[in-house]
Design a protein around this ligand. Structure first.
Ligand SMILES: NC(=O)c1ccc[n+]([C@@H]2O[C@H](COP(=O)([O-])OP(=O)(O)OC[C@H]3O[C@@H](n4cnc5c(N)ncnc54)[C@H](OP(=O)(O)O)[C@@H]3O)[C@@H](O)[C@H]2O)c1
Length: 352
């Protein structure tokens, strides 16, 4: 098999392809011949050496794959060779063969491409958990999605459109036309404008009911101020710790000076809720995750959404894939293809 390793902490060029014998599935595992692997921001933080949950470097990153089952271990009911599947992997997904516990594997619908399927686990489960489970989203709510042009951001927008809420989203300005077409009502150019002022103006200083914050740092207090009474703020990332492509103590310290301290008295008196989400700490909760994924697959089945894949890079260009995301060029999902060919629709770019 071929795998992409983070060989040492640093810039994208530290990603290296290595060959190894194919693994055999253990009890309760299925082996998947991978057609597409998802790239996530956590892989980038891991490569920079600033992801606390990552294994010790060197390791193979990757949280999600789609492909075909080619071997089934004992005690993995319901799966057989030839099944088209996708899976949540928690590391090891940048590989053309993976063995995964069967509870983390999902069957693909006949009309679900590998490219679509590899885009679902991290982005859509994270967005579903934040909006539906913790955010108690209701039709008519006003929602602010930061990084709405990214993988989780677009997944969140899709779910907001299904529920029928008013959407505000921050993104680089060149993504706005696409985002409007995709149903975002208020695209906000956070790079050239103060989004807090823009949203206060747009909402008549009433704020919004739900905010998804993947950035942290100076955004922590800004977002709290933007919540309306009964509003919910969900922290789920620290991308402001990764402004360059190498670990930076200065970026970390800059972020930490903004650490907020909410007392129960303040939360009660403000009628606001502050929550956190880390999918990486939910991996054992397979029943819950399968339940949420069931709803996401049902929406896919009803054609209520299709993930938007920006670009699929061949394995040999994994470093370019990381640069592409860190240069903020992606709109939607970035994938890696072991064979370097895509199976997506025409709107998708496939580099080879
Ligand atoms: N807690 C969880 O369970 C969980 C799960 C998944 C993802 N996350 C977090 O959610 C965020 C988005 O993840 P993703 O995988 O969807 O990311 P992604 O698609 O790779 O998003 C990249 C986009 O984010 C924006 N961005 C903002 N700050 C950035 C920075 N410092 N460096 C590069 N891009 C930046 C850029 O778009 P614009 O220029 O348009 O802003 C960029 O195109 C990350 O913070 C990630 O760690 C958390």
């Amino acid at each position: 098999m071929r795998q992409i390793w983070i060989s040492k902490a640093g810039e994208p060029e530290t990603l290296r392809i290595q060959e190894a014998p194919d693994p055999m599935p253990r009890i309760g595992e299925v082996r998947i011949r991978v057609e597409a692997s998802g790239v996530n921001f956590a892989d980038i933080l891991g490569r920079m050496g600033i992801y606390p949950d990552a294994p010790k470097i060197p390791y193979v990153p990757g949280y999600e794959v789609a492909g075909v089952v080619d071997a089934v271990g004992q005690g993995a009911p319901d799966f057989r060779e030839g099944d088209k599947v996708f899976a949540a992997t928690r590391f090891g997904g940048y590989s053309d063969v993976v063995c995964v516990p069967y509870k983390q594997v999902y069957k693909r619908l006949d009309w679900m491409t590998a490219v679509d399927a590899a885009s679902l686990p991290v982005n859509y489960i994270t967005a579903y958990m934040m909006l539906i489970v913790m955010g108690s989203l209701r039709p008519g709510d006003k929602v602010l999605i930061h990084g709405v042009g990214g993988g989780v951001g677009l997944a969140a927008l899709d779910i907001c459109n299904i529920v029928g809420v008013e959407t505000y989203g921050t993104a680089s300005p060149e993504k706005h036309a696409f985002l409007s077409q995709r149903g975002l009502q208020y695209p906000i150019d956070y790079r050239n404008k103060d989004y807090e002022r823009v949203i206060q103006d747009l909402t008549g200083r009433k704020g919004v009911q739900l905010i998804l914050d993947p950035a942290g740092g100076k955004h922590w207090p800004k977002n709290y101020r933007l919540l309306s009474p009964s509003g919910r703020l969900i922290y789920f990332g620290v991308s402001s710790m990764a402004l360059g492509k190498r670990r930076s103590l200065l970026d970390t310290l800059r972020m930490l000076v903004w650490l907020p301290f909410y007392t129960p008295f303040k939360l009660m008196n403000d009628n606001k809720a502050v929550m956190g989400v880390n999918l990486g700490h939910l991996w054992e909760q397979t029943g819950m995750l399968r339940d949420w994924m069931g709803q996401i697959i049902a929406w896919y089945d009803e054609a209520l959404f299709r993930p938007h894949v920006d670009t699929a890079f061949p394995f040999a260009q994994a470093a370019e894939a990381h640069h592409y995301i860190q240069d903020r060029r992606n709109t939607g999902k970035v994938l890696l293809l072991p064979k370097g060919e895509g199976s997506g629709s025409q709107e998708r770019g496939v580099r080879g």
